[in-house]
Design a protein. Sequence first.
Length: 188
Amino acid sequence: MKSLYQNMFAVLETIEDCLEKGRAMPALVLLYAAIDAVASLERQSGEDTKAYFKRWVEAYMLKALPPPCTALELYAARCGIVHNFAAESDLFRKGQVRCIVYAWGTAKAEDLQKAGDILHRTDSVAVHVTDIIKAFRNGLENYLEEISADKLRQERVAKGLSIWLINLQPASIEALLCMHASISKDPT
């Protein structure tokens, strides 16, 4: 579980750092990738990305702090941002979801929505980036609290975490190599 806390803290800190530097696109890429990674931890056999992403968003993000969009719209936004650095996705082009447009910094989502309405963009919904980040942060807190009380779920999550990259200090690797070298020399 340590890698879950370590990685999510680092990602959330980096997302905030990106926003402070005016880098909304990298912040969104990291945000959607983080949602995807956490949602995948309890993926069920044969389940596609859309299903586990939507399930996690509905269970944790939309209950924690609902943005004015649906789990499917967030999934579509994830596809557009992560794969193409674009707001539009295949689901949007097929007319199955509204396109999420993002306010960030001092901009107001309400103003962006009004501008879209004036331009007759009824196929879009404005969301402030920080609202999605807050929903993810609150949802993640609720998720971690929930799984901390359930040993069976902790085992499932630990299995998913076993493939995550972790940050090891060089001293840890050196200690392993020294230990291995000393065992290899010992004839008994």
